[in-house]
Write a protein that binds this ligand. Structure first.
Ligand code: SAH
Length: 265
């Protein structure tokens, strides 16, 4: 089994592009589309441009915010035509696909991964990029780097399909860090099924960041009137190597002990 890819379209303004995106996804075997603040995905133009991928459009889910759309995802990949300052690691489309292909052989198999696409004119806002664990850029002409939205979805789905189709169904392979795989040998440990060993969900991360913010404000470390880039830097640090659920519980425990110090004899 591979990771479960969810395509998230943020702020799309042209219904035809949603149809083209659905078509691009379906040709490569993907079906899950989520929409945030997007134009009508069931307009005549969207359905026509989908060329028969109507099912993807009809089953698309709509959300009030990007946070809500990715709440259950453990990896969140933002896509951008430009490199951004203060962002999580920037990788090419192929590198991300390879990373996800490798992750599919670990305990991340079967878990949800969001690929987030921005608005036609402006792309993804900094606030949206703050919610991502990776940034994906399709390498192209540096002087003309902005693809049409539907074309970007096509390139990304193609690369993902190639990397994920080649994931063997048999023994998993070793993986560094917290994406736990095994070498499938005799002494290999089974892949942990404990969800607390997986990278936290976006929902878990948001609760953590709220808690951290509260403590930083209470201790005076963060001036809410003048936060400058502190919040973004802290986010980037944790999102670049998202902690597991059990690691997050330790951090939350530390924060709680700052709020309510324990007396030890
Ligand atoms: N000026 C915007 C371009 C928006 S194009 C920007 O700099 O991001 C609309 C969307 O298509 C982008 O938000 C992104 O999701 C996708 N896209 C277009 N070109 C891309 C590229 N070269 N690499 C990755 N995504 C791209």
């Amino acid at each position: 089994m591979s990771v479960e890819i969810v395509f998230v379209m943020v702020g799309t303004t042209h219904t035809g592009n949603l149809g083209a995106a659905a078509r691009a996804m379906k040709t490569m075997g993907f079906t899950q589309m989520r929409l945030v603040d997007a134009c009508s995905h069931l307009s005549a133009e969207a359905l026509a441009r989908s060329s028969g991928a109507n099912d993807v459009l009809k089953e698309a889910q709509t959300f009030d915010s990007l946070q809500a759309a990715i709440a259950d995802c453990r990896v969140v990949v933002g896509t951008s035509a430009r490199a951004r300052q203060l962002a999580v690691p920037l990788l090419s489309c192929r590198e991300i696909a390879e990373e996800l292909g490798a992750a599919s052989k670990t305990n991340l198999s079967g878990q949800k991964v969001a690929i987030v696409f921005g608005q036609e004119r402006s792309g993804l806002s900094n606030e949206s990029l703050d919610l991502c664990t990776r940034l994906l850029r399709i390498p192209c002409n540096p002087d003309f780097s902005s693809l049409n939205l539907g074309s970007a979805v096509q390139v990304v789905s193609y690369e993902l399909s190639q990397a994920l189709v080649s994931v063997p169904q048999g023994a998993p392979v070793p993986q560094p860090g917290k994406w736990k795989g095994t070498d499938g040998g005799e002494d290999a440990a089974p892949i942990s099924a404990d969800p607390d060993d997986l990278p936290a969900t976006s929902e878990g991360m948001e609760h953590f960041f709220e808690h951290l913010d509260r403590v930083m404000v209470t201790t005076g470390f963060l001036d809410p009137e003048n936060p400058r880039l502190l919040r973004r830097r802290v986010r980037r640090y944790f999102e670049s190597n998202r902690p597991s659920g059990s690691e997050l519980a330790i951090f939350r425990g530390i924060l709680s002990s700052v709020e309510n110090p324990r007396k030890r004899k």
